[in-house]
Design a protein around this ligand. Structure first.
Ligand code: AVI
Length: 312
């Protein structure tokens, strides 16, 4: 905390724990350990999204590159390890520049540096920012071919409707006339596949979820007893989403930053939504933000989709 005001993590936790349905925004799941646990999740047998999206990218990279055209400027939002974009860069004809946007500036610098040495001709301009709040506008390199946004991983499903709308509008403005946008979207499917994907047999997702309480204890002077909370993944059919919760196994009180919060036995903290947005619904959302969904690529079982939006 500094003179600029209350720490946003503390603010979200104190406000969220005071609600009737306790909830904490999912972005706080990703401290260093949480990010490592998420990487482990992507390799689990039950967690199909990452490997399915990689298969689609590998199989369809040429078609995507063809749709984007030569000398493109690629902007990746929430860039992370930059592994997926390499598949696209390898297929593109003389890509001109790459702008990875990620909140973690250290991680980003390293990954951008590695990418730069692997693709000698490519200009790389890392931007350390929250992908929800970019305003890259006139700072984007111009010239060359089209600007193309890249947002793989189905993170779209972790956002609320109003955040999706604002993200699609900001990126439409950032990328400008003639732009396109490649986006990964996990698809609705049977809870028999979805629930194990978010509640795996090895307990990695449980550890990922419980790590939030560990983080609160460490960073916000909390005293959560991790043994008395249990990870839960539920399919909420009415709104087509997996919800992650932490269920209190007993009646208890917990302190965070000197404030006390009561839990009934069985009460939960809602920690994440992972919405599975059907393509017709997503096309409507994109359209109202100035984009048209023009292409879609899926795997043979229709588990996951990668779509192309074009600026209208
Ligand atoms: C980052 N995001 C797309 C993941 C998802 O599938 O919604 C986060 C995740 N949460 C639990 N497992 C994976």
């Amino acid at each position: 905390m500094d003179g600029a005001g209350i720490d946003p993590f503390l603010q979200d936790v104190l406000t969220g724990l005071a609600r009737d349905q306790k909830s904490i925004p999912s972005r706080w799941l990703y401290d260093a350990r949480g990010s490592r646990l998420f990487d482990d999740i992507t390799e689990l047998d039950e967690y199909y999204p990452t490997r399915t999206e990689l298969t689609i990218l590998n199989e369809q990279a040429a078609a995507m590159a063809d749709a984007i055209g030569p000398e493109a400027v690629i902007v990746e939002y929430g860039a992370g390890s930059l592994l997926k974009v390499r598949i696209l860069l390898d297929a593109l004809e003389r890509p001109k520049a790459f702008v990875p946007v990620d909140i973690s500036s250290e991680h980003l610098k390293e990954a951008a540096h590695e990418l730069k040495s692997a693709y000698g001709e490519l200009e790389v301009y890392p931007v350390a920012a929250d992908f929800m709040d970019t305003n890259l506008g006139s700072n984007l390199p111009g010239g060359g071919g089209r600007r193309a946004g890249f947002f793989p991983g189905s993170t779209m499903g972790n956002l609320l409707d109003r955040d999706i709308d604002s993200f699609l509008r900001t990126t439409r403005e950032d990328l400008g006339e003639g732009a396109c946008f490649i986006i990964g979207l996990d698809q609705p499917k049977s809870p028999d596949i979805l629930v194990p994907a978010y509640d795996d047999a090895k307990g990695v997702t449980a550890e990922f979820n419980l790590n939030l309480l560990r983080r609160i204890n460490r960073e916000l002077d909390g005293n959560f007893d991790l043994e008395s909370f249990k990870h839960e993944a539920r399919w909420n059919d009415a709104v087509s989403r997996i919800e992650m919760h932490l269920r209190s196994l007993k009646a208890q009180t917990v302190e965070v930053a000197g404030q006390t919060f009561k839990f009934e036995k069985g009460e939960t903290i809602h920690t994440e939504n992972s919405r599975k947005i059907a393509l017709d619904r997503f096309a409507e959302m994109a359209e109202s933000a100035g984009w048209e969904l023009t292409r879609k690529w899926t795997d043979e079982n229709g588990l996951f989709a990668v779509v192309l939006l074009e600026a209208r």
